[in-house]
Structure formats: C-alpha cells, structure tokens
Design a protein around this ligand. Sequence first.
Ligand SMILES: [Zn+2]
Length: 98
Amino acid sequence: MSDQHDETDRETGEDFLDGNVLGGELSAVFVRDLTGAYGRCGGCGHDGPVPAVRVWTAGPGIVARCQGCDHVLLRLVQTDTHLMLDASGFAEIRWPLE
Ligand SMILES: [Zn+2]
C-alpha cells in the first residue's frame, strides 16, 4: 500500500487513490475459500451458497452458471502467460465472518 498515490478528481473535487490500494484491501478476499462463500446472481438475483452453482470444466477454462437461470456467473481461464478471472456475473459474493 506504500505505492499508492493520492489525487483529486478535476470535475468533482473528490480525493481518490490509485489502484495500488486494491492489493492490500483485496488480499483479505483472495485468500478466502470460495466454497465458504455465498453469491447473488446478477441475472435473476438468486442467492445461495457458491458450492450450489453448476460448473463446467471441459472447455478451455472453467465456467460457473446460476442454478436458477443459467446465467454465467464466473469464468476462469489459464493461458501460458495469464490467469484470467471474470466474476462479473455475480452481483455479489460474500463470506460470513466467524
Ligand atoms: Zn440466476
């Protein structure tokens, strides 16, 4: 987080930080086990435990779909040079805190 830079939006005058701050803040999320999370579908709003989603692994990556409406919730693809995650199909993913 030491590499973050403060700036001010020229139009709104609001202060903001650059994306370096996400590394520290999101490290609490990306170490968590997704099987302990709950997710809300961005397509139909179905809400439930992530292990209940339907997952296809035969393609070039992994695709998870909503069991309520078949909306694509998540794609994970690994190439020779990158690991790509698209979780935009979830409206929300949340982990209960012990
Ligand atoms: Zn759905």
